[in-house]
Design a protein. Sequence first.
Length: 192
Amino acid sequence: MEEFYTIQGEGFHTGKAAYFIRVGGCDVGCHWCDVKESWNAKLHPATSAIAIVENVKKYANTVVITGGEPLMWNMDFITKALKQEQLSIHIETSGAYPLSGTWDWICLSPKKTKLPLENIYPEAHELKMIIYNKNDFKFAEEHAVKVNSTCELYLQPEWSNREKMTPLIVDYVMQNPQWKISLQTHKYLNIP
């Protein structure tokens, strides 16, 4: 769908310069998705993976593949090409499709509309749970017990509901310090 150089705004790598590759196509259908224009893959013509790798090399040593839902597509070829350039490769995924590709960092963000496949939980380096309402805390805990013991746990307020949910997240993290808070800092900074 698009590619751009920016600052990672969420989760463990917040504040790090990274080249983002946003893959078109998603059938997870989160009502609060902030990139709904990514859903229909047919609206986004295919781009040469090699051309993308050449673009990444100009800017960054870290690349984030996101979507849409990038694992709807096989990621083996592009991640191999990126690895040959000694780039650090991250993915942001709902985990609803089989894991393909070679990753230095896997950010798993489960969604209620299409749950992750079981085999991605032990591979996740980061579990990022979007908190839209109070029920999402229980949903977060249900997924936290499935990841490995070194996985970083994050609660992130859904942007449109952040004023209501952020104080609840703060209280929750104070009572459950295994969790951390993730904010969409790129939105506060008004950068892509």
